[in-house]
Design a protein around this ligand. Structure first.
Ligand SMILES: Nc1ncnc2c1ncn2[C@@H]1O[C@H](COP(=O)(O)OP(=O)(O)OP(=O)(O)O)[C@@H](O)[C@H]1O
Ligand SMILES: [Zn+2]
Length: 634
């Protein structure tokens, strides 16, 4: 190690945010690389499911602070360095701009967009460089954000999670994921969630069956209605009657495979109670609520096993019965949670029955859970590689080696025999509302939208502000804070319920709002454009925010529009790394460009490119992909 590098490391005070999968690796690598002064923030406690990859933690630590246990574990092999841990949310007010200013570099090992954006803003306000990271399975990325020199974390819009057209979900599913979304967001939500929420599920009973009460909601369960009968009624309605109703619309099925209605009497014995014991056999004290499960009652042990239609139907009825028998108090407030075993069982079974009906291949509970919870299984090696890359970039930042900064993407499959793809960082996006002063544009119906809509849908949800303040000219329309007196709070609350054009200082076409977050020290302008109509399907929020655009290609790179092997295509997912928002292409047609990039990073201490031979391909391939290939050959 050269002396310059050594002194950069030894003199550095570093803040790490997140002590999870990446964080554990990172703390170890920092300590072993000679860093002396490390602060760690993590708000979580250790869970059993973390132990397979968060190697600083042991079973005896479950329930304890991640930041503290990580610190203690590393101090055992590096006793003389200073590590300070904070068991707290990085968004807490104590971590303000002054707090951030004490550090030479901030290193993120987070798992959500919200916290990442918050740290980005504090780093900009405190003028501290940020090294950002994320991993999803085999994919990963490390990016460098230095104010004024490279783009900030928010210079490019992040893709929102994938959504599906409503009609695909409600009427014409073609993939298993469509059945999962239906089971989770429509059926589960309707049965166990907030009854007052809008739901696209067809809930009206068959006309003949309810001639007197045509608008009756079949999902309503009468107080004394037998749970199994109720379960069968729901089953017949959603898998039988609703499918038949959909089939009656011939147009829909002209170019599609017609689904098959399925009724419970075709697949289930007349009464389940005698057959498998069921809920009647387990008294209320048998199990605690969080571990209630239908599988053991039905003799199903292996979550990776594929259940047939009958087994799925049994799980469907049994899980529904258990919700009513054991978790009645929660009904009406539940939202799907991937860690809720009974919810996963119910959703798996419902999705599989629907899949059977539409001729879509069925999936195991394990696979369904992964799809429903957006789970990509973490790969410890990717976290370790990413942690190493973070330290490499941190050292460059500390040495102010600007020309050597790289954004590095870990790929699942080698591109040009490389698994790690380094690219030069973009320059700051001149129209980024976070790191430049460019105003945003908001199209909104100023006579029909309330200030509350603007605060919830734009200022909080889109702009990610925690403690917002909204001004129109000199008039303060809204503010959040502990130090407000009652009269002010009452005033702001009253404003929230007013239409924009009826506020004390009316917000109309051409108005400019100033929106600030005092904690993040972020201020931006929003130019308001009045618009009468919005497309309900395409613009369901009834307002459109625009203004900041993709940043221009960085020097020496051409922006790619075509998709080819060498596109490095890494994006945002709330859970982790971000495979694919921008295409930073090392173009096939520009071999020199690629060579230059490669050579740059292969200098002195930058020999971290992982090159592999084609023959090695299967070594690193996802076993799923390999087996699929084999199948195709056979
Ligand atoms: N706002 C925040 N403040 C502090 N720490 C945060 C914040 N948001 C996320 N984190 C921490 O970032 C870490 C991310 O680690 P990781 O991606 O491995 O997630 P995990 O929760 O440990 O694992 P998994 O989600 O896979 O069960 C977590 O330890 C989490 O507590
Ligand atoms: Zn920016």
């Amino acid at each position: 190690m050269d002396p310059q590098q050594q002194s950069a490391i030894q003199g550095a005070k570093v803040l790490m945010v997140g002590a999870g999968g990446i964080g554990c690796e990172l703390l170890k690598t920092l300590a072993l690389s000679g860093f002396h002064d490390i602060h760690i923030i993590d708000m979580d406690t250790i869970e059993v499911s973390n132990l397979n990859r968060q190697f600083l933690f042991r079973r005896s630590h479950v329930g304890q602070s991640k930041a503290k246990v990580a610190r203690d574990a590393v101090l055992r092999f590096r006793p003389h360095i200073n590590i300070r841990s904070y068991h707290a949310n990085v968004k807490n007010p104590e971590f303000d701009v002054d707090f951030f200013k004490q550090f030479d570099v901030v290193l993120n090992g987070l798992d959500n967009l919200d916290a990442r954006r918050h740290v980005n803003r504090l780093c900009l306000a405190a003028d501290v460089p940020l090294v950002e990271s994320g991993t999803t399975g085999f994919l990963g990325q490390v990016t460098v954000h230095v104010k004024g020199k490279t783009e900030c974390y928010e210079c490019q819009t992040k893709p929102t999670p994938k959504t599906y057209p409503v009609c695909t979900i409600t009427s014409t599913p073609t993939k298993f994921v469509h059945c999962i979304v239906w089971a989770k967001d429509l059926l589960f939500a309707k049965l166990f969630g907030d009854k007052n929420q809008d739901n696209d599920l067809n809930v009206r009973a068959k006309k003949e069956a309810s001639s007197s009460k045509e608008t009756e909601d079949v999902f309503e369960r009468a107080e004394d209605e037998d749970i199994e009968q109720y379960g069968r009624k729901i089953y017949d309605h959603v898998f039988g009657y609703n499918i038949e109703a959909a089939l009656s619309n011939e147009e829909t099925w002209k170019n599609r495979t017609r689904p098959r209605p399925i009724y419970s009497k075709e697949v289930l014995p007349e009464s389940l109670t005698q057959k498998n014991g069921s809920t009647q056999n387990c008294s209320a004290t048998d199990v605690d609520d969080s571990t209630v499960s239908a599988m053991p009652l039905l003799g199903l042990k292996n979550p990776q096993e594929l259940w047939g239609l009958t087994q799925n139907s049994l799980v469907f009825i049994e899980a529904l019965k258990l919700f009513f028998a054991k978790r009645k108090k929660e009904i009406g407030h539940l939202t799907f949670d991937k860690d809720d075993q009974l919810a996963v069982e119910f959703v798996t079974a419902a999705a599989n029955i629907r899949a059977e009906s539409f001729g879509i291949p069925l999936h195991s509970l394990f696979e369904a859970k992964g799809i429903a919870g957006n789970i990509v299984h973490a790969v410890a090696t990717t976290n370790a590689i990413v942690a190493g890359l973070i330290v490499i970039e941190a050292i460059k930042v500390l040495k102010k080696d600007e020309d050597k900064y790289r954004m590095t993407y870990c790929l699942e499959h080698p591109s040009r025999k490389m698994l790690l793809m380094p690219v030069e960082p973009f320059e700051p996006n001149p129209s980024c509302y976070v790191c430049s002063k460019t105003p945003l544009v908001l199209e909104i119906n100023t006579q029909k939208s309330k200030l509350r809509d603007l605060v919830d849908k734009i200022v909080k949800a889109k702009l990610g502000m925690n403690l917002p303040l909204i001004m129109h000219g000199a008039s303060l329309l809204y503010e959040v804070g502990d130090d407000l007196d009652d009269i002010m709070v009452a005033n702001y609350n009253a404003n929230l319920e007013k239409f924009l054009s009826e506020l004390p200082s009316p917000v109309i076409n051409g108005s400019t709002l100033t929106v600030e977050d005092l904690q993040q020290e972020l201020s931006c302008k929003i130019n308001v454009k009045h618009r009468e109509e919005f497309d309900e399907e395409k613009e369901p929020e009834g307002m459109v925010l625009s203004g900041w655009t993709q940043s221009p290609p960085t020097k020496g790179e051409s922006a790619s529009t075509s998709k080819n092997e060498s596109d490095v295509d890494v994006t945002e997912s709330s859970s982790g790394p971000e495979i694919a928002s921008k295409k930073r292409r090392l173009s096939e047609t520009e071999p020199k460009n690629h060579k230059r990039e490669t050579e740059n990073v292969e200098g002195e201490d930058d020999d971290y490119l992982m090159e592999i031979e084609d023959d090695d391909l299967t070594e690193i391939e996802n076993p799923m992909t390999v087996s699929k290939k084999k199948k195709r050959v056979a």
